[in-house]
Design a protein around this ligand. Structure first.
Ligand SMILES: [Ca+2]
Ligand SMILES: [Ca+2]
Length: 499
Protein backbone atom coordinates (compact mmCIF):
# COMPACT_ATOMS: atom_id res chain seq x y z
CA UNK A 1 0.00 0.00 0.00
CA UNK A 2 2.70 2.45 1.00
CA UNK A 3 4.92 1.34 -1.87
CA UNK A 4 1.98 1.93 -4.17
CA UNK A 5 1.49 5.43 -2.73
CA UNK A 6 5.16 6.15 -3.26
CA UNK A 7 5.00 5.00 -6.89
CA UNK A 8 1.91 7.14 -7.50
CA UNK A 9 3.65 10.09 -5.88
CA UNK A 10 6.81 9.62 -7.95
CA UNK A 11 4.78 9.34 -11.13
CA UNK A 12 3.02 12.55 -10.13
CA UNK A 13 6.08 14.61 -9.42
CA UNK A 14 7.93 13.36 -12.47
CA UNK A 15 5.16 14.70 -14.67
CA UNK A 16 2.86 17.39 -13.40
CA UNK A 17 5.12 19.13 -10.91
CA UNK A 18 8.02 19.45 -13.29
CA UNK A 19 5.66 20.44 -16.07
CA UNK A 20 4.09 23.08 -13.83
CA UNK A 21 7.50 24.26 -12.75
CA UNK A 22 8.83 24.76 -16.24
CA UNK A 23 5.53 26.11 -17.55
CA UNK A 24 5.49 28.69 -14.77
CA UNK A 25 8.97 29.74 -15.76
CA UNK A 26 7.94 29.90 -19.44
CA UNK A 27 4.87 31.91 -18.54
CA UNK A 28 7.09 34.90 -17.79
CA UNK A 29 6.69 36.71 -21.06
CA UNK A 30 9.45 38.54 -22.82
CA UNK A 31 8.31 42.08 -22.23
CA UNK A 32 8.60 45.06 -24.49
CA UNK A 33 9.25 48.52 -23.10
CA UNK A 34 7.62 51.86 -23.70
CA UNK A 35 9.04 55.26 -22.88
CA UNK A 36 6.27 57.72 -22.04
CA UNK A 37 6.62 61.34 -23.12
CA UNK A 38 4.52 62.69 -20.27
CA UNK A 39 3.51 61.73 -16.79
CA UNK A 40 5.19 61.26 -13.45
CA UNK A 41 7.68 58.70 -14.62
CA UNK A 42 10.50 58.95 -17.10
CA UNK A 43 11.57 55.33 -16.76
CA UNK A 44 11.07 52.54 -19.25
CA UNK A 45 7.64 51.33 -18.25
CA UNK A 46 7.07 47.69 -19.04
CA UNK A 47 3.64 46.77 -20.38
CA UNK A 48 4.33 43.27 -21.69
CA UNK A 49 3.05 42.59 -25.18
CA UNK A 50 0.08 44.95 -24.82
CA UNK A 51 -0.37 48.69 -25.10
CA UNK A 52 0.43 50.67 -21.97
CA UNK A 53 -2.53 52.15 -20.14
CA UNK A 54 -2.89 55.03 -17.69
CA UNK A 55 -2.52 52.69 -14.76
CA UNK A 56 1.00 51.90 -15.88
CA UNK A 57 1.99 55.49 -15.22
CA UNK A 58 0.93 55.58 -11.60
CA UNK A 59 3.87 56.39 -9.35
CA UNK A 60 5.81 53.30 -8.49
CA UNK A 61 6.29 52.42 -4.82
CA UNK A 62 9.48 52.47 -2.83
CA UNK A 63 10.51 48.89 -2.08
CA UNK A 64 12.25 47.73 1.10
CA UNK A 65 13.38 44.15 1.63
CA UNK A 66 14.42 43.16 5.16
CA UNK A 67 16.30 39.87 4.88
CA UNK A 68 17.46 38.30 8.14
CA UNK A 69 19.82 35.37 8.58
CA UNK A 70 18.95 31.83 9.76
CA UNK A 71 15.67 32.82 11.45
CA UNK A 72 13.34 29.82 11.58
CA UNK A 73 9.55 30.12 11.56
CA UNK A 74 9.16 28.38 14.95
CA UNK A 75 11.38 30.89 16.78
CA UNK A 76 9.67 33.85 15.13
CA UNK A 77 6.21 32.46 15.93
CA UNK A 78 7.19 32.03 19.60
CA UNK A 79 8.48 35.61 19.73
CA UNK A 80 5.24 36.91 18.22
CA UNK A 81 3.03 34.79 20.52
CA UNK A 82 4.90 36.23 23.49
CA UNK A 83 4.37 39.82 22.26
CA UNK A 84 8.10 40.34 21.82
CA UNK A 85 7.97 41.52 18.19
CA UNK A 86 5.47 44.40 18.48
CA UNK A 87 6.86 46.38 15.54
CA UNK A 88 6.77 43.41 13.18
CA UNK A 89 3.30 42.45 14.42
CA UNK A 90 1.65 45.88 14.42
CA UNK A 91 3.26 47.37 11.34
CA UNK A 92 3.79 44.45 8.97
CA UNK A 93 1.77 41.37 9.98
CA UNK A 94 -1.39 43.27 11.00
CA UNK A 95 -1.24 45.44 7.86
CA UNK A 96 0.20 43.05 5.30
CA UNK A 97 0.13 39.62 3.72
CA UNK A 98 1.53 36.71 5.70
CA UNK A 99 2.56 33.71 3.62
CA UNK A 100 2.11 30.61 5.78
CA UNK A 101 3.78 28.25 3.31
CA UNK A 102 6.91 30.11 2.28
CA UNK A 103 10.06 28.13 1.41
CA UNK A 104 13.59 28.59 0.19
CA UNK A 105 14.74 26.30 -2.60
CA UNK A 106 18.25 25.96 -1.16
CA UNK A 107 18.43 26.48 2.61
CA UNK A 108 21.95 27.88 2.76
CA UNK A 109 23.03 31.54 3.05
CA UNK A 110 24.90 32.24 -0.19
CA UNK A 111 22.73 30.27 -2.68
CA UNK A 112 19.55 31.67 -1.11
CA UNK A 113 20.83 35.26 -1.25
CA UNK A 114 21.79 34.80 -4.91
CA UNK A 115 18.22 33.57 -5.53
CA UNK A 116 16.71 36.65 -3.88
CA UNK A 117 18.85 38.84 -6.15
CA UNK A 118 18.01 36.99 -9.38
CA UNK A 119 14.81 34.95 -9.04
CA UNK A 120 16.81 31.93 -10.19
CA UNK A 121 17.30 28.45 -8.79
CA UNK A 122 20.83 27.58 -7.59
CA UNK A 123 21.37 25.37 -10.64
CA UNK A 124 20.68 28.41 -12.82
CA UNK A 125 22.55 31.21 -11.01
CA UNK A 126 25.46 28.86 -10.29
CA UNK A 127 25.93 29.73 -6.61
CA UNK A 128 25.50 26.29 -5.09
CA UNK A 129 27.56 26.71 -1.92
CA UNK A 130 29.03 29.34 0.40
CA UNK A 131 32.59 28.70 -0.75
CA UNK A 132 34.61 30.52 -3.39
CA UNK A 133 34.52 28.23 -6.41
CA UNK A 134 30.83 27.43 -5.94
CA UNK A 135 29.87 30.68 -4.26
CA UNK A 136 30.40 34.40 -4.79
CA UNK A 137 32.91 33.80 -7.62
CA UNK A 138 30.10 32.23 -9.67
CA UNK A 139 27.72 35.11 -9.20
CA UNK A 140 26.92 37.47 -12.07
CA UNK A 141 26.14 40.72 -10.27
CA UNK A 142 25.36 42.48 -13.56
CA UNK A 143 21.89 40.92 -13.87
CA UNK A 144 20.07 41.34 -10.56
CA UNK A 145 17.09 43.13 -9.04
CA UNK A 146 19.34 46.11 -8.32
CA UNK A 147 20.59 46.48 -11.91
CA UNK A 148 17.07 46.04 -13.31
CA UNK A 149 15.53 48.54 -10.90
CA UNK A 150 18.32 51.04 -11.46
CA UNK A 151 17.76 50.78 -15.21
CA UNK A 152 14.15 51.59 -14.41
CA UNK A 153 15.23 54.77 -12.57
CA UNK A 154 15.11 53.52 -9.00
CA UNK A 155 17.64 54.77 -6.45
CA UNK A 156 19.13 51.58 -5.01
CA UNK A 157 20.69 50.95 -1.60
CA UNK A 158 22.27 47.91 0.00
CA UNK A 159 22.91 47.73 3.75
CA UNK A 160 24.24 44.68 5.64
CA UNK A 161 25.41 41.15 4.80
CA UNK A 162 25.95 40.45 1.09
CA UNK A 163 27.03 37.08 -0.35
CA UNK A 164 29.28 34.91 1.81
CA UNK A 165 33.00 35.68 1.59
CA UNK A 166 32.34 39.17 0.28
CA UNK A 167 35.59 41.04 1.03
CA UNK A 168 37.62 37.81 1.13
CA UNK A 169 37.13 36.46 -2.39
CA UNK A 170 36.46 39.99 -3.63
CA UNK A 171 38.33 43.16 -2.81
CA UNK A 172 36.92 44.54 0.47
CA UNK A 173 36.13 47.77 -1.37
CA UNK A 174 34.40 46.05 -4.29
CA UNK A 175 30.94 47.42 -5.13
CA UNK A 176 28.70 45.15 -7.25
CA UNK A 177 26.78 46.58 -10.19
CA UNK A 178 23.51 48.36 -9.73
CA UNK A 179 23.90 49.90 -6.29
CA UNK A 180 23.83 53.68 -5.74
CA UNK A 181 24.52 53.42 -2.03
CA UNK A 182 26.63 50.47 -0.84
CA UNK A 183 27.04 49.69 2.88
CA UNK A 184 28.20 46.08 3.07
CA UNK A 185 29.67 44.15 5.98
CA UNK A 186 33.13 42.87 5.08
CA UNK A 187 33.94 39.25 5.86
CA UNK A 188 35.06 37.67 8.05
CA UNK A 189 34.01 40.47 10.42
CA UNK A 190 30.42 40.20 9.12
CA UNK A 191 29.70 37.58 11.79
CA UNK A 192 30.62 39.83 14.72
CA UNK A 193 27.99 41.93 16.43
CA UNK A 194 30.88 44.22 17.52
CA UNK A 195 34.28 44.86 15.92
CA UNK A 196 33.20 44.60 12.29
CA UNK A 197 34.01 46.55 9.14
CA UNK A 198 31.60 48.09 6.64
CA UNK A 199 32.46 49.11 3.09
CA UNK A 200 30.79 52.52 3.08
CA UNK A 201 30.68 53.33 -0.65
CA UNK A 202 34.33 52.39 -1.11
CA UNK A 203 35.66 53.47 2.31
CA UNK A 204 36.30 50.80 4.92
CA UNK A 205 34.91 51.86 8.29
CA UNK A 206 35.45 49.74 11.41
CA UNK A 207 33.05 49.79 14.35
CA UNK A 208 34.09 49.08 17.93
CA UNK A 209 32.71 47.53 21.07
CA UNK A 210 30.53 50.32 22.48
CA UNK A 211 26.90 49.51 23.13
CA UNK A 212 25.99 51.83 20.26
CA UNK A 213 28.17 49.74 17.92
CA UNK A 214 25.83 46.72 18.15
CA UNK A 215 25.61 45.65 14.53
CA UNK A 216 21.84 45.59 13.97
CA UNK A 217 21.53 49.08 15.53
CA UNK A 218 24.23 50.47 13.21
CA UNK A 219 22.51 48.91 10.19
CA UNK A 220 19.25 50.44 11.41
CA UNK A 221 20.81 53.92 11.60
CA UNK A 222 22.16 53.44 8.09
CA UNK A 223 18.65 52.55 6.87
CA UNK A 224 17.32 55.80 8.31
CA UNK A 225 20.20 57.85 6.86
CA UNK A 226 19.60 56.37 3.40
CA UNK A 227 15.90 57.25 3.44
CA UNK A 228 16.29 60.68 5.07
CA UNK A 229 19.07 61.75 2.69
CA UNK A 230 16.91 60.91 -0.30
CA UNK A 231 14.00 62.90 1.10
CA UNK A 232 16.29 65.88 1.83
CA UNK A 233 17.19 66.08 -1.83
CA UNK A 234 13.53 66.02 -2.84
CA UNK A 235 14.32 63.23 -5.25
CA UNK A 236 11.23 62.18 -7.15
CA UNK A 237 12.59 58.79 -8.06
CA UNK A 238 11.40 55.84 -5.96
CA UNK A 239 13.98 53.90 -3.96
CA UNK A 240 14.81 50.25 -3.45
CA UNK A 241 16.51 49.28 -0.19
CA UNK A 242 17.79 45.78 0.57
CA UNK A 243 18.70 45.65 4.24
CA UNK A 244 20.25 42.34 5.15
CA UNK A 245 20.63 41.66 8.86
CA UNK A 246 23.24 39.14 10.11
CA UNK A 247 21.50 38.02 13.31
CA UNK A 248 20.33 35.55 14.58
CA UNK A 249 23.13 33.73 12.67
CA UNK A 250 25.86 32.50 15.01
CA UNK A 251 28.86 34.75 15.60
CA UNK A 252 32.38 33.95 14.42
CA UNK A 253 34.28 34.55 17.65
CA UNK A 254 32.25 34.39 20.82
CA UNK A 255 31.51 31.93 23.58
CA UNK A 256 30.63 28.47 22.36
CA UNK A 257 29.24 25.27 23.78
CA UNK A 258 29.05 21.57 22.98
CA UNK A 259 26.16 20.26 20.92
CA UNK A 260 27.48 16.72 20.64
CA UNK A 261 29.15 16.28 17.27
CA UNK A 262 30.77 19.74 17.45
CA UNK A 263 30.92 23.00 19.36
CA UNK A 264 28.60 25.78 18.32
CA UNK A 265 29.12 29.55 18.61
CA UNK A 266 26.46 31.64 20.29
CA UNK A 267 25.10 34.96 19.06
CA UNK A 268 24.62 37.92 21.36
CA UNK A 269 21.73 40.32 21.54
CA UNK A 270 22.23 43.98 22.48
CA UNK A 271 22.81 44.63 26.23
CA UNK A 272 19.28 46.05 26.58
CA UNK A 273 17.88 42.57 25.91
CA UNK A 274 20.15 40.57 28.19
CA UNK A 275 18.06 37.92 29.96
CA UNK A 276 15.09 38.22 27.60
CA UNK A 277 15.85 34.77 26.19
CA UNK A 278 14.59 33.30 29.47
CA UNK A 279 11.10 34.63 28.71
CA UNK A 280 10.48 31.85 26.17
CA UNK A 281 10.69 28.16 27.02
CA UNK A 282 12.83 26.11 24.70
CA UNK A 283 10.44 24.33 22.31
CA UNK A 284 10.29 20.64 23.15
CA UNK A 285 8.73 19.31 19.94
CA UNK A 286 8.30 15.60 19.10
CA UNK A 287 11.19 15.81 16.61
CA UNK A 288 13.62 17.25 19.18
CA UNK A 289 16.45 14.76 19.57
CA UNK A 290 14.55 12.15 17.47
CA UNK A 291 14.87 8.85 19.32
CA UNK A 292 14.34 6.31 16.54
CA UNK A 293 16.45 7.21 13.51
CA UNK A 294 16.28 3.84 11.74
CA UNK A 295 14.31 5.52 8.95
CA UNK A 296 16.87 8.31 8.43
CA UNK A 297 19.75 8.47 5.88
CA UNK A 298 23.32 7.46 6.93
CA UNK A 299 24.32 11.08 7.61
CA UNK A 300 21.77 11.32 10.41
CA UNK A 301 22.15 7.74 11.61
CA UNK A 302 25.73 8.69 12.54
CA UNK A 303 24.53 11.40 14.91
CA UNK A 304 24.59 10.60 18.61
CA UNK A 305 21.61 11.34 20.75
CA UNK A 306 21.95 14.74 22.44
CA UNK A 307 22.77 14.43 26.14
CA UNK A 308 21.77 16.79 28.96
CA UNK A 309 24.86 18.94 28.45
CA UNK A 310 24.14 19.23 24.70
CA UNK A 311 20.52 20.17 25.39
CA UNK A 312 21.64 22.88 27.85
CA UNK A 313 23.92 24.22 25.10
CA UNK A 314 21.01 24.20 22.69
CA UNK A 315 18.98 26.27 25.12
CA UNK A 316 21.82 28.83 25.36
CA UNK A 317 21.94 29.01 21.54
CA UNK A 318 18.17 29.52 21.49
CA UNK A 319 18.34 32.32 24.07
CA UNK A 320 21.04 34.15 22.08
CA UNK A 321 18.92 33.82 18.95
CA UNK A 322 15.89 35.25 20.78
CA UNK A 323 17.82 38.20 22.24
CA UNK A 324 19.50 39.09 18.93
CA UNK A 325 16.21 38.81 17.01
CA UNK A 326 14.70 41.43 19.32
CA UNK A 327 17.15 43.93 17.79
CA UNK A 328 15.49 43.21 14.42
CA UNK A 329 12.15 44.30 15.81
CA UNK A 330 13.71 47.60 16.89
CA UNK A 331 15.13 48.00 13.39
CA UNK A 332 11.65 47.52 11.93
CA UNK A 333 10.30 50.13 14.36
CA UNK A 334 13.01 52.61 13.33
CA UNK A 335 12.29 51.98 9.67
CA UNK A 336 8.56 52.64 10.08
CA UNK A 337 9.27 55.81 12.11
CA UNK A 338 11.63 57.10 9.40
CA UNK A 339 9.11 56.34 6.65
CA UNK A 340 6.43 58.22 8.59
CA UNK A 341 8.71 61.20 9.23
CA UNK A 342 9.56 61.43 5.53
CA UNK A 343 5.93 60.87 4.45
CA UNK A 344 6.88 57.71 2.58
CA UNK A 345 4.99 55.05 4.54
CA UNK A 346 1.93 55.03 2.31
CA UNK A 347 4.07 54.64 -0.79
CA UNK A 348 6.42 51.88 0.35
CA UNK A 349 6.09 48.11 -0.02
CA UNK A 350 7.99 46.25 2.71
CA UNK A 351 9.15 42.62 2.57
CA UNK A 352 10.32 40.66 5.60
CA UNK A 353 11.98 37.27 5.19
CA UNK A 354 14.95 35.06 6.13
CA UNK A 355 17.56 33.45 3.86
CA UNK A 356 16.91 30.03 5.39
CA UNK A 357 15.44 28.37 8.47
CA UNK A 358 17.28 26.54 11.22
CA UNK A 359 17.00 23.25 13.15
CA UNK A 360 17.24 23.57 16.91
CA UNK A 361 17.98 19.92 17.71
CA UNK A 362 15.15 18.49 15.64
CA UNK A 363 16.32 15.09 14.29
CA UNK A 364 19.47 15.70 16.47
CA UNK A 365 20.59 18.49 14.06
CA UNK A 366 21.72 22.04 14.91
CA UNK A 367 22.13 23.53 11.44
CA UNK A 368 20.29 23.96 8.12
CA UNK A 369 20.93 22.51 4.61
CA UNK A 370 18.68 19.50 5.15
CA UNK A 371 15.23 18.93 3.64
CA UNK A 372 13.32 19.21 6.91
CA UNK A 373 10.61 21.75 7.47
CA UNK A 374 12.57 23.78 10.06
CA UNK A 375 15.31 24.37 7.50
CA UNK A 376 13.37 24.99 4.28
CA UNK A 377 10.48 27.05 5.68
CA UNK A 378 11.07 30.78 6.12
CA UNK A 379 8.96 33.67 7.35
CA UNK A 380 7.55 35.87 4.57
CA UNK A 381 5.44 38.96 5.12
CA UNK A 382 4.80 41.55 2.42
CA UNK A 383 3.15 44.80 3.41
CA UNK A 384 1.67 46.65 0.45
CA UNK A 385 -0.06 49.83 1.71
CA UNK A 386 -2.84 49.34 -0.86
CA UNK A 387 -4.10 46.10 0.67
CA UNK A 388 -5.35 44.99 4.06
CA UNK A 389 -4.16 42.22 6.36
CA UNK A 390 -4.46 38.80 4.78
CA UNK A 391 -3.02 35.30 4.97
CA UNK A 392 -1.99 33.23 1.95
CA UNK A 393 -1.40 29.48 2.22
CA UNK A 394 -0.22 28.82 -1.36
CA UNK A 395 3.27 27.36 -1.82
CA UNK A 396 5.58 30.34 -2.39
CA UNK A 397 9.35 30.41 -2.84
CA UNK A 398 12.30 32.74 -2.47
CA UNK A 399 12.49 32.39 -6.27
CA UNK A 400 9.29 34.48 -6.37
CA UNK A 401 10.68 37.54 -4.59
CA UNK A 402 12.66 38.98 -7.52
CA UNK A 403 9.71 38.67 -9.97
CA UNK A 404 7.47 40.36 -7.36
CA UNK A 405 9.95 43.21 -6.80
CA UNK A 406 10.41 43.68 -10.55
CA UNK A 407 6.64 43.85 -11.07
CA UNK A 408 6.26 46.44 -8.31
CA UNK A 409 9.03 48.49 -9.93
CA UNK A 410 7.59 48.05 -13.44
CA UNK A 411 11.13 47.11 -14.39
CA UNK A 412 12.38 44.54 -16.86
CA UNK A 413 14.60 41.58 -16.04
CA UNK A 414 16.95 40.68 -18.86
CA UNK A 415 16.87 37.01 -17.89
CA UNK A 416 14.06 34.49 -17.57
CA UNK A 417 13.50 34.12 -13.84
CA UNK A 418 12.41 30.83 -12.26
CA UNK A 419 9.86 32.33 -9.87
CA UNK A 420 6.52 34.07 -10.40
CA UNK A 421 5.25 37.36 -9.01
CA UNK A 422 3.23 37.18 -5.79
CA UNK A 423 1.29 40.38 -6.44
CA UNK A 424 -1.88 38.58 -7.52
CA UNK A 425 -1.83 36.65 -4.24
CA UNK A 426 -1.38 39.90 -2.29
CA UNK A 427 -4.34 41.37 -4.19
CA UNK A 428 -6.29 38.22 -3.33
CA UNK A 429 -7.05 37.57 -7.00
CA UNK A 430 -8.39 34.04 -7.58
CA UNK A 431 -5.58 31.68 -8.60
CA UNK A 432 -6.51 28.62 -10.60
CA UNK A 433 -3.10 27.55 -11.80
CA UNK A 434 -0.72 27.97 -8.88
CA UNK A 435 2.22 25.57 -8.37
CA UNK A 436 1.44 22.25 -6.69
CA UNK A 437 5.02 21.34 -5.87
CA UNK A 438 8.60 22.50 -6.21
CA UNK A 439 12.22 21.42 -6.24
CA UNK A 440 14.63 21.88 -3.32
CA UNK A 441 18.38 21.64 -3.92
CA UNK A 442 21.39 21.11 -1.66
CA UNK A 443 24.66 20.46 -3.45
CA UNK A 444 27.07 18.88 -0.98
CA UNK A 445 28.45 15.77 -2.63
CA UNK A 446 27.83 12.10 -1.88
CA UNK A 447 25.95 11.51 1.34
CA UNK A 448 25.42 15.16 2.14
CA UNK A 449 23.78 16.61 -0.95
CA UNK A 450 20.04 16.12 -1.25
CA UNK A 451 17.30 16.96 -3.71
CA UNK A 452 13.63 16.99 -2.83
CA UNK A 453 10.21 17.54 -4.27
CA UNK A 454 7.85 19.21 -1.79
CA UNK A 455 4.12 19.28 -2.49
CA UNK A 456 1.47 20.77 -0.21
CA UNK A 457 1.32 17.53 1.80
CA UNK A 458 4.37 15.39 0.99
CA UNK A 459 8.13 15.57 0.61
CA UNK A 460 10.29 13.09 -1.29
CA UNK A 461 14.09 13.33 -0.93
CA UNK A 462 16.94 11.63 -2.71
CA UNK A 463 20.36 11.95 -1.04
CA UNK A 464 23.77 11.99 -2.70
CA UNK A 465 24.39 8.41 -1.52
CA UNK A 466 21.06 7.33 -3.10
CA UNK A 467 19.28 6.91 0.22
CA UNK A 468 15.74 8.28 0.15
CA UNK A 469 13.08 9.67 2.45
CA UNK A 470 9.38 10.18 1.90
CA UNK A 471 6.99 11.80 4.36
CA UNK A 472 3.24 12.25 4.40
CA UNK A 473 3.22 15.63 6.16
CA UNK A 474 -0.48 15.47 7.03
CA UNK A 475 0.05 12.25 8.96
CA UNK A 476 3.59 13.03 10.11
CA UNK A 477 4.22 16.80 10.25
CA UNK A 478 7.42 16.37 12.30
CA UNK A 479 8.99 14.00 9.73
CA UNK A 480 9.54 11.21 12.24
CA UNK A 481 8.70 8.17 10.09
CA UNK A 482 9.94 8.06 6.53
CA UNK A 483 7.47 5.97 4.56
CA UNK A 484 10.17 4.52 2.29
CA UNK A 485 11.24 2.45 5.30
CA UNK A 486 7.94 0.57 5.50
CA UNK A 487 6.02 -1.48 2.99
CA UNK A 488 2.98 -2.16 5.17
CA UNK A 489 0.64 -0.40 7.56
CA UNK A 490 1.74 -2.89 10.25
CA UNK A 491 5.37 -1.80 9.87
CA UNK A 492 4.33 1.84 9.94
CA UNK A 493 2.29 1.39 13.12
CA UNK A 494 5.31 -0.22 14.74
CA UNK A 495 7.59 2.57 13.56
CA UNK A 496 5.20 5.21 14.80
CA UNK A 497 4.83 3.50 18.18
CA UNK A 498 8.62 3.76 18.65
CA UNK A 499 9.17 7.18 17.21
CA1 LIG B 1 21.60 31.99 6.49
CA1 LIG C 1 12.20 8.23 13.11
Amino acid sequence: MIKFALIVFLAFFSTSVFVDFFENADALKSNGTYKPKFGLETANIVCGDRLCTEIDFEPRPNIIVIQVDDLDVLTLDLLIENNLMPNLKNNLIDKGTTFTNSFVTNSLCCPSRATLLTGLYSHNHGVISNYQEQGISQFNDKATISTWLKESDYITGFIGKYLNYYGVYTEPTYIPSGWDNWQALVEPSTYQVYNYTINDNGNLVTFGIKESDYQTDVLSRKNSEFIKNLSLHANEKPFFLLTSIMVPHKELVTSKCDVGSKTFNLVRGPPRYEGFGDLIDFPNLPSLNEQNIRDKPPLIKKMKILNEKNLECLEKIFHGRIESTLSIDDLIGDLIKTLKETSQLTNTVIFFTSDNGFLLGQHRIISKLVPYEESIRVPLIIKDPNYKKTTVDKLVLNNDLAPTIIEYGKAKANIKMDGVSLIDLIKNSPQTNWREGFLIEHFRGAGLGNFSIRTSSTIYTQWGDNSIEFYDLNRDPYQLNSLHFCSSEKCLSELESHS
